[in-house]
Write a protein that binds this ligand. Structure first.
Ligand SMILES: NC(=O)c1ccc[n+]([C@@H]2O[C@H](COP(=O)([O-])OP(=O)(O)OC[C@H]3O[C@@H](n4cnc5c(N)ncnc54)[C@H](O)[C@@H]3O)[C@@H](O)[C@H]2O)c1
Length: 353
Protein backbone atom coordinates (compact mmCIF):
# COMPACT_ATOMS: atom_id res chain seq x y z
CA UNK A 1 0.00 0.00 0.00
CA UNK A 2 1.35 3.43 -0.94
CA UNK A 3 0.89 6.29 1.54
CA UNK A 4 1.82 9.88 0.74
CA UNK A 5 3.28 12.23 3.34
CA UNK A 6 3.56 15.88 2.39
CA UNK A 7 6.27 17.95 4.06
CA UNK A 8 5.02 21.50 3.80
CA UNK A 9 7.68 24.18 4.04
CA UNK A 10 7.76 27.92 3.54
CA UNK A 11 8.03 27.83 -0.24
CA UNK A 12 7.89 24.18 -1.11
CA UNK A 13 6.04 20.91 -0.61
CA UNK A 14 8.20 17.81 -0.60
CA UNK A 15 6.21 14.62 -1.28
CA UNK A 16 7.22 11.32 0.26
CA UNK A 17 5.64 8.11 -1.00
CA UNK A 18 5.95 5.41 1.62
CA UNK A 19 5.45 2.07 -0.08
CA UNK A 20 5.79 3.63 -3.53
CA UNK A 21 7.35 1.89 -6.48
CA UNK A 22 10.56 2.42 -8.43
CA UNK A 23 8.54 2.00 -11.61
CA UNK A 24 6.60 5.19 -10.84
CA UNK A 25 9.61 7.51 -11.38
CA UNK A 26 8.37 8.15 -14.88
CA UNK A 27 5.34 9.92 -13.37
CA UNK A 28 7.68 12.42 -11.69
CA UNK A 29 10.50 12.84 -14.17
CA UNK A 30 10.48 11.82 -17.83
CA UNK A 31 13.61 10.06 -19.19
CA UNK A 32 14.11 12.87 -21.74
CA UNK A 33 14.38 15.48 -18.97
CA UNK A 34 16.15 13.64 -16.18
CA UNK A 35 19.32 11.86 -15.17
CA UNK A 36 19.70 9.08 -12.63
CA UNK A 37 22.53 8.81 -10.12
CA UNK A 38 22.89 5.39 -8.53
CA UNK A 39 25.54 3.03 -7.18
CA UNK A 40 26.99 -0.17 -8.59
CA UNK A 41 24.90 -2.45 -6.35
CA UNK A 42 21.59 -0.84 -7.21
CA UNK A 43 22.51 -0.72 -10.88
CA UNK A 44 23.34 -4.43 -10.81
CA UNK A 45 20.01 -5.38 -9.22
CA UNK A 46 17.65 -2.83 -10.73
CA UNK A 47 19.41 -1.12 -13.67
CA UNK A 48 17.10 -2.84 -16.18
CA UNK A 49 14.14 -1.08 -14.54
CA UNK A 50 15.46 2.37 -15.45
CA UNK A 51 17.25 1.59 -18.71
CA UNK A 52 15.42 4.37 -20.58
CA UNK A 53 17.19 7.02 -18.47
CA UNK A 54 20.75 8.32 -18.74
CA UNK A 55 22.57 6.94 -15.69
CA UNK A 56 25.60 8.06 -13.70
CA UNK A 57 26.95 5.14 -11.69
CA UNK A 58 28.91 5.67 -8.49
CA UNK A 59 30.91 3.26 -6.35
CA UNK A 60 29.83 2.45 -2.81
CA UNK A 61 30.88 3.30 0.74
CA UNK A 62 31.31 6.38 2.90
CA UNK A 63 34.69 7.04 1.21
CA UNK A 64 32.94 8.16 -1.99
CA UNK A 65 30.79 10.74 -0.18
CA UNK A 66 33.14 13.57 -1.06
CA UNK A 67 33.63 16.57 -3.33
CA UNK A 68 35.48 14.56 -6.00
CA UNK A 69 32.37 12.45 -6.53
CA UNK A 70 30.26 15.60 -6.72
CA UNK A 71 32.62 17.02 -9.35
CA UNK A 72 32.44 13.74 -11.27
CA UNK A 73 28.63 13.95 -11.31
CA UNK A 74 28.64 17.60 -12.39
CA UNK A 75 31.04 16.87 -15.25
CA UNK A 76 28.86 13.96 -16.40
CA UNK A 77 25.82 16.22 -16.27
CA UNK A 78 27.55 18.76 -18.51
CA UNK A 79 28.47 15.94 -20.93
CA UNK A 80 24.81 14.88 -20.91
CA UNK A 81 23.77 18.46 -21.78
CA UNK A 82 21.71 18.85 -18.62
CA UNK A 83 20.00 22.20 -18.14
CA UNK A 84 18.22 23.98 -15.30
CA UNK A 85 15.13 22.03 -16.30
CA UNK A 86 16.77 18.63 -15.78
CA UNK A 87 15.63 16.59 -12.78
CA UNK A 88 18.31 14.57 -10.99
CA UNK A 89 17.03 11.34 -9.47
CA UNK A 90 19.14 9.59 -6.84
CA UNK A 91 18.33 5.88 -6.58
CA UNK A 92 20.06 4.21 -3.65
CA UNK A 93 20.74 4.42 0.04
CA UNK A 94 21.72 7.43 2.14
CA UNK A 95 25.08 7.83 0.44
CA UNK A 96 23.55 8.21 -3.01
CA UNK A 97 20.79 10.54 -1.77
CA UNK A 98 23.22 12.75 0.20
CA UNK A 99 25.54 13.10 -2.81
CA UNK A 100 22.83 13.38 -5.48
CA UNK A 101 20.82 15.95 -3.51
CA UNK A 102 23.94 18.07 -2.98
CA UNK A 103 25.03 17.81 -6.63
CA UNK A 104 21.56 18.82 -7.85
CA UNK A 105 21.47 21.74 -5.42
CA UNK A 106 24.65 23.27 -6.80
CA UNK A 107 24.42 22.33 -10.51
CA UNK A 108 23.64 25.62 -12.32
CA UNK A 109 22.75 27.03 -8.87
CA UNK A 110 20.15 24.37 -8.26
CA UNK A 111 17.92 22.03 -10.25
CA UNK A 112 14.98 19.86 -9.13
CA UNK A 113 15.77 16.46 -7.66
CA UNK A 114 14.07 13.43 -6.20
CA UNK A 115 15.01 10.09 -4.66
CA UNK A 116 14.08 6.47 -4.78
CA UNK A 117 15.35 5.34 -1.40
CA UNK A 118 16.42 1.73 -1.32
CA UNK A 119 18.01 1.03 2.08
CA UNK A 120 16.16 0.86 5.39
CA UNK A 121 18.33 3.66 6.76
CA UNK A 122 17.45 5.98 3.91
CA UNK A 123 13.74 5.10 4.02
CA UNK A 124 13.40 5.79 7.73
CA UNK A 125 15.67 8.82 7.75
CA UNK A 126 18.32 9.89 5.24
CA UNK A 127 16.20 10.50 2.14
CA UNK A 128 13.65 12.62 4.00
CA UNK A 129 14.09 16.16 5.29
CA UNK A 130 16.33 17.94 2.81
CA UNK A 131 19.79 17.68 4.36
CA UNK A 132 22.21 16.93 1.53
CA UNK A 133 25.96 16.94 1.73
CA UNK A 134 29.33 15.28 1.61
CA UNK A 135 32.28 14.70 3.92
CA UNK A 136 35.54 16.64 3.90
CA UNK A 137 38.51 14.45 4.84
CA UNK A 138 35.96 12.02 6.26
CA UNK A 139 34.60 14.64 8.67
CA UNK A 140 30.91 14.01 8.24
CA UNK A 141 28.70 16.28 6.13
CA UNK A 142 31.00 19.31 6.33
CA UNK A 143 29.87 20.59 2.91
CA UNK A 144 26.15 20.60 2.33
CA UNK A 145 22.87 22.39 1.86
CA UNK A 146 19.32 22.32 3.06
CA UNK A 147 17.31 21.65 -0.09
CA UNK A 148 14.12 19.62 -0.34
CA UNK A 149 13.59 16.84 -2.88
CA UNK A 150 10.52 17.17 -5.06
CA UNK A 151 9.67 13.56 -4.33
CA UNK A 152 10.96 10.61 -2.32
CA UNK A 153 9.80 7.13 -3.22
CA UNK A 154 10.40 4.56 -0.49
CA UNK A 155 10.08 1.28 -2.35
CA UNK A 156 9.90 -1.38 0.37
CA UNK A 157 10.10 -4.24 -2.13
CA UNK A 158 13.70 -3.20 -2.85
CA UNK A 159 14.63 -4.05 0.76
CA UNK A 160 14.51 -7.71 -0.32
CA UNK A 161 17.99 -7.38 -1.87
CA UNK A 162 19.44 -5.24 0.93
CA UNK A 163 22.22 -7.17 2.74
CA UNK A 164 21.23 -8.25 6.26
CA UNK A 165 23.93 -6.11 7.92
CA UNK A 166 22.63 -3.05 6.07
CA UNK A 167 19.14 -3.78 7.37
CA UNK A 168 20.51 -3.88 10.93
CA UNK A 169 22.33 -0.62 10.24
CA UNK A 170 19.02 1.02 9.36
CA UNK A 171 17.34 -0.24 12.53
CA UNK A 172 19.54 2.14 14.55
CA UNK A 173 17.94 5.21 12.95
CA UNK A 174 14.51 3.63 13.36
CA UNK A 175 15.10 3.13 17.09
CA UNK A 176 16.41 6.70 17.31
CA UNK A 177 13.22 8.13 15.82
CA UNK A 178 11.02 5.97 18.05
CA UNK A 179 12.96 7.05 21.14
CA UNK A 180 12.52 10.70 20.24
CA UNK A 181 8.83 10.42 19.42
CA UNK A 182 7.95 8.03 22.27
CA UNK A 183 4.26 7.20 22.72
CA UNK A 184 2.62 4.92 20.14
CA UNK A 185 5.67 4.83 17.90
CA UNK A 186 7.99 3.56 20.64
CA UNK A 187 5.35 1.07 21.87
CA UNK A 188 4.92 -0.18 18.30
CA UNK A 189 8.66 -0.79 17.90
CA UNK A 190 8.98 -2.60 21.23
CA UNK A 191 5.84 -4.70 20.83
CA UNK A 192 6.61 -5.66 17.21
CA UNK A 193 10.35 -6.10 17.59
CA UNK A 194 10.38 -9.76 16.50
CA UNK A 195 8.49 -8.97 13.30
CA UNK A 196 10.70 -5.96 12.62
CA UNK A 197 13.84 -8.03 13.13
CA UNK A 198 12.61 -10.72 10.75
CA UNK A 199 11.64 -8.01 8.23
CA UNK A 200 7.94 -8.79 8.15
CA UNK A 201 6.93 -6.50 5.29
CA UNK A 202 3.67 -5.18 6.71
CA UNK A 203 5.28 -4.35 10.05
CA UNK A 204 8.40 -2.75 8.63
CA UNK A 205 6.30 -0.71 6.24
CA UNK A 206 4.29 0.63 9.19
CA UNK A 207 7.50 1.36 11.14
CA UNK A 208 8.97 3.27 8.17
CA UNK A 209 5.72 5.22 7.80
CA UNK A 210 5.76 6.22 11.47
CA UNK A 211 9.40 7.27 11.21
CA UNK A 212 8.75 9.44 8.14
CA UNK A 213 5.71 11.04 9.80
CA UNK A 214 7.81 11.87 12.84
CA UNK A 215 10.69 13.33 10.81
CA UNK A 216 8.28 15.29 8.58
CA UNK A 217 6.75 16.92 11.65
CA UNK A 218 10.14 17.99 13.02
CA UNK A 219 11.37 19.25 9.63
CA UNK A 220 8.19 21.30 9.11
CA UNK A 221 8.79 22.99 12.47
CA UNK A 222 12.51 23.62 12.02
CA UNK A 223 13.79 22.90 8.51
CA UNK A 224 17.20 24.49 9.04
CA UNK A 225 18.02 22.93 12.39
CA UNK A 226 18.14 26.15 14.33
CA UNK A 227 16.43 24.60 17.32
CA UNK A 228 14.07 21.61 17.58
CA UNK A 229 15.57 19.63 14.67
CA UNK A 230 18.77 19.29 16.69
CA UNK A 231 17.09 16.47 18.62
CA UNK A 232 17.46 14.29 15.50
CA UNK A 233 21.16 14.23 16.34
CA UNK A 234 20.50 11.80 19.19
CA UNK A 235 23.44 9.39 19.11
CA UNK A 236 25.12 11.29 16.28
CA UNK A 237 27.62 13.55 18.07
CA UNK A 238 29.65 10.64 19.36
CA UNK A 239 28.36 8.40 16.52
CA UNK A 240 29.85 10.57 13.78
CA UNK A 241 33.18 10.71 15.63
CA UNK A 242 33.30 6.90 16.01
CA UNK A 243 32.27 6.48 12.37
CA UNK A 244 35.17 8.69 11.32
CA UNK A 245 37.84 7.32 13.66
CA UNK A 246 36.93 3.62 13.56
CA UNK A 247 35.51 3.49 10.03
CA UNK A 248 32.36 1.61 11.06
CA UNK A 249 28.96 1.94 9.44
CA UNK A 250 26.77 4.93 10.22
CA UNK A 251 23.93 3.05 11.93
CA UNK A 252 26.27 0.97 14.09
CA UNK A 253 28.12 4.10 15.19
CA UNK A 254 24.80 5.81 15.95
CA UNK A 255 23.76 2.83 18.08
CA UNK A 256 26.95 3.24 20.15
CA UNK A 257 26.23 6.97 20.36
CA UNK A 258 22.67 6.30 21.57
CA UNK A 259 23.97 3.89 24.22
CA UNK A 260 26.37 6.55 25.51
CA UNK A 261 23.57 9.08 25.53
CA UNK A 262 21.32 6.71 27.50
CA UNK A 263 24.10 6.10 29.97
CA UNK A 264 24.56 9.86 30.49
CA UNK A 265 20.80 10.39 30.64
CA UNK A 266 20.67 8.36 33.85
CA UNK A 267 22.68 11.05 35.60
CA UNK A 268 22.06 14.18 33.60
CA UNK A 269 18.43 13.85 32.47
CA UNK A 270 16.74 11.88 35.23
CA UNK A 271 16.14 8.72 33.19
CA UNK A 272 15.29 5.77 35.40
CA UNK A 273 17.42 2.63 35.31
CA UNK A 274 14.61 0.33 34.16
CA UNK A 275 13.91 2.53 31.17
CA UNK A 276 17.63 2.72 30.30
CA UNK A 277 17.98 -1.06 30.49
CA UNK A 278 14.93 -1.55 28.28
CA UNK A 279 16.38 0.72 25.58
CA UNK A 280 19.78 -0.98 25.66
CA UNK A 281 18.05 -4.38 25.49
CA UNK A 282 16.08 -3.23 22.44
CA UNK A 283 19.26 -2.17 20.60
CA UNK A 284 20.90 -5.48 21.53
CA UNK A 285 17.85 -7.41 20.37
CA UNK A 286 18.33 -5.85 16.93
CA UNK A 287 22.01 -6.94 17.00
CA UNK A 288 23.13 -3.34 17.26
CA UNK A 289 26.34 -2.60 19.20
CA UNK A 290 25.94 -1.00 22.63
CA UNK A 291 29.27 -1.62 24.31
CA UNK A 292 31.51 1.39 23.85
CA UNK A 293 34.41 -0.40 25.55
CA UNK A 294 34.61 -3.00 22.82
CA UNK A 295 34.30 -0.41 20.05
CA UNK A 296 36.84 2.18 21.16
CA UNK A 297 39.85 2.20 23.45
CA UNK A 298 41.49 4.81 25.65
CA UNK A 299 44.02 5.41 22.89
CA UNK A 300 41.21 6.45 20.51
CA UNK A 301 39.98 9.24 22.77
CA UNK A 302 42.20 12.07 21.45
CA UNK A 303 41.06 11.39 17.87
CA UNK A 304 37.45 10.96 18.97
CA UNK A 305 37.58 14.30 20.80
CA UNK A 306 39.13 15.97 17.75
CA UNK A 307 36.30 14.61 15.61
CA UNK A 308 33.64 15.69 18.14
CA UNK A 309 35.07 19.21 18.12
CA UNK A 310 35.19 19.32 14.32
CA UNK A 311 31.57 18.21 14.11
CA UNK A 312 29.52 21.10 12.79
CA UNK A 313 27.07 20.90 15.67
CA UNK A 314 29.80 21.72 18.19
CA UNK A 315 29.96 25.23 19.63
CA UNK A 316 33.26 26.86 20.52
CA UNK A 317 33.84 25.16 23.85
CA UNK A 318 30.90 22.83 24.29
CA UNK A 319 28.92 20.24 22.44
CA UNK A 320 25.12 20.15 22.10
CA UNK A 321 24.30 16.71 23.35
CA UNK A 322 20.91 15.03 23.08
CA UNK A 323 19.75 13.26 26.23
CA UNK A 324 16.46 11.55 27.05
CA UNK A 325 14.41 11.68 30.19
CA UNK A 326 12.29 8.87 28.78
CA UNK A 327 11.12 7.94 25.26
CA UNK A 328 9.39 11.02 23.86
CA UNK A 329 11.15 13.45 26.21
CA UNK A 330 14.48 14.50 24.70
CA UNK A 331 16.62 17.26 26.18
CA UNK A 332 19.34 19.29 24.50
CA UNK A 333 22.23 19.87 26.87
CA UNK A 334 25.39 21.86 26.29
CA UNK A 335 28.32 19.83 27.63
CA UNK A 336 31.74 21.41 27.92
CA UNK A 337 34.37 19.54 25.84
CA UNK A 338 36.52 18.92 28.91
CA UNK A 339 33.55 17.39 30.76
CA UNK A 340 32.57 15.42 27.67
CA UNK A 341 36.02 13.84 27.55
CA UNK A 342 35.81 12.96 31.25
CA UNK A 343 32.38 11.37 30.76
CA UNK A 344 33.68 9.37 27.82
CA UNK A 345 36.68 8.12 29.80
CA UNK A 346 34.40 7.21 32.67
CA UNK A 347 32.17 5.26 30.28
CA UNK A 348 35.18 3.28 29.07
CA UNK A 349 36.06 2.44 32.68
CA UNK A 350 32.71 0.83 33.30
CA UNK A 351 29.96 3.23 32.45
CA UNK A 352 26.79 3.95 34.28
CA UNK A 353 24.59 1.09 33.18
N1 LIG B 1 20.74 13.40 4.97
C1 LIG B 1 20.30 12.91 6.10
O1 LIG B 1 19.38 13.45 6.74
C2 LIG B 1 20.91 11.65 6.64
C3 LIG B 1 20.36 11.01 7.77
C4 LIG B 1 20.93 9.82 8.20
C5 LIG B 1 22.04 9.29 7.55
N2 LIG B 1 22.55 9.94 6.48
C6 LIG B 1 23.71 9.39 5.75
O2 LIG B 1 23.32 8.20 5.10
C7 LIG B 1 24.49 7.43 4.83
C8 LIG B 1 24.22 5.98 5.12
O3 LIG B 1 23.15 5.54 4.32
P1 LIG B 1 22.92 3.98 4.03
O4 LIG B 1 23.06 3.23 5.29
O5 LIG B 1 21.70 3.86 3.24
O6 LIG B 1 24.23 3.61 3.21
P2 LIG B 1 24.49 3.27 1.67
O7 LIG B 1 23.88 4.26 0.78
O8 LIG B 1 25.96 3.04 1.58
O9 LIG B 1 23.76 1.88 1.46
C9 LIG B 1 24.26 0.77 2.14
C10 LIG B 1 24.74 -0.34 1.19
O10 LIG B 1 23.60 -1.07 0.79
C11 LIG B 1 23.51 -1.11 -0.64
N3 LIG B 1 22.09 -1.05 -0.95
C12 LIG B 1 21.24 -0.03 -0.70
N4 LIG B 1 20.00 -0.39 -1.03
C13 LIG B 1 20.06 -1.65 -1.51
C14 LIG B 1 19.11 -2.56 -2.02
N5 LIG B 1 17.81 -2.26 -2.05
N6 LIG B 1 19.54 -3.75 -2.46
C15 LIG B 1 20.86 -4.07 -2.40
N7 LIG B 1 21.81 -3.28 -1.91
C16 LIG B 1 21.41 -2.07 -1.48
C17 LIG B 1 24.32 0.06 -1.12
O11 LIG B 1 24.79 -0.17 -2.43
C18 LIG B 1 25.42 0.12 -0.09
O12 LIG B 1 26.43 -0.81 -0.41
C19 LIG B 1 25.60 8.01 5.70
O13 LIG B 1 26.52 8.70 4.91
C20 LIG B 1 24.86 8.97 6.62
O14 LIG B 1 25.67 10.03 7.02
C21 LIG B 1 22.01 11.10 6.01
Amino acid sequence: MQREIKITLENKVSRVFCGGSLSSIVDFAHPSKSVIVTDTNIYRYYGDKFSSYPVIILGTGEEIKNLSTVEYILKKMIELHCTRKTTLIGIGGGIVSDIAGFSASIFMRGIPFGFVSTSLLSQVDASVGGKNGVNIDMTKNMAGVFAQPEFVICDHSMLATLPKEEYVNGLAELVKSALLEGGDFYSFITSCKEKIKSMDMETISEAIYKSILFKAKIVELDERETDLRRILNLGHTLGHAIEKVKGIKHGLAVSLGISFSISLSLHLAGMNATCAKEIIALLKFFNLPVDLKSAISKEDIPLIMEAVQADKKGHSSSVSFILLNEPGRPEIKGIDFVDFEKLLKNELKGGHL
